[in-house]
Design a protein around this ligand. Structure first.
Ligand code: BTN
Length: 255
């Protein structure tokens, strides 16, 4: 009884410290907001950006300790247990320094993997971050009018269970260790700094290619076919080799 009370007090104490640090933290390159919980940082970012002064051109970063209705690509859900994973959306209110915009998901992948700073990690096209074949981070890009919303989920403290069948099926999850608030800040800062510079297709292709695991086969979601990655094309599509020869893939086909 006493031990359980002490454990609960300790957990509450740690949660309060994280909460205070997350709320009082500032980021150099973005307008940083922390929410204790939210259905999805994608929707919160849209609401908070709409309520902000339209003259404010800074990227808006919205992070939380827990999403109750997080979403992933292709309508899948993205879950966390509220115990220290990262859920972050960085909203760019206007221009981004990159064309074509189809390269943005790849650039976000390189910024995220660099922020995680762990040599065991690699990128799987278009932008999943993998550790020993398990998915550590996922990225979702949405737009609303002029604004672009980049959502990033990173498994830091716990590994969600990913169904192997049904509409939410996907690759098994993995986690990286670390401090969720520091990781969220570092990703937000990296994206903020990137948005203030210049970028081009060749840079993205070089940077992305250097962080990808070219030896790993990919499994096509629709058909289950296994293909080998060959190279990135200038618009971000991936050239692959399968049983029927080579072809280019457009994002969101893969597990
Ligand atoms: C994927 O399916 O791989 C993309 C997952 C993206 C999850 C993040 S968590 C923060 C942001 N809010 C959401 O509801 N989704 C994204």
């Amino acid at each position: 009884m006493l031990i359980s009370l002490m454990r609960r007090t300790h957990t509450l104490f740690l949660a309060t410290i994280t909460q205070t640090r997350a709320m009082t933290t500032t980021c150099r390159n973005v307008d940083w907001r922390w929410l204790e919980t939210t259905p999805s940082t994608m929707d919160s970012a849209k609401e908070l950006l709409a309520a902000r002064d339209t003259n404010d051109a800074r990227p808006l970063a919205v992070a939380t300790a827990h999403q109750t209705k997080g979403r992933g690509t292709r309508g899948r859900s993205w879950t966390d247990d509220g115990r220290g994973n990262v859920a972050l959306t960085v909203a760019f209110p206007s221009e981004i320094p990159l064309t074509p915009v189809t390269l943005l998901p790849l650039r976000v992948g390189t910024v995220v993997i660099d922020a995680l700073n762990d040599s065991r990690l690699s990128l799987k096209w278009p932008n999943d971050v993998l550790l020993d074949g398990g998915k550590v981070a996922g990225i979702l890009v949405e737009s609303d009018g002029e604004a672009i919303f980049v959502g990033i989920g990173v498994n830091v403290a716990s590994v969600p269970t990913v169904p192997s069948s049904g509409s939410d099926r996907g690759r098994r999850a993995a986690k990286v260790g670390g401090d969720a608030v520091a990781i969220a800040r570092s990703i937000a800062d990296g994206l903020g700094a990137w948005s203030q510079g210049r970028d081009d297709a060749m840079n993205v292709i070089t940077d992305w290619s250097a962080r990808a695991d070219w030896t790993a086969e990919l499994e096509l979601r629709e058909t289950g076919e296994r293909v080998k990655p060959v190279r990135l094309l200038p618009d971000g599509r991936l050239r692959v080799r399968g049983a029927a020869g080579e072809r280019a893939l457009v994002a969101d086909y893969l597990l």
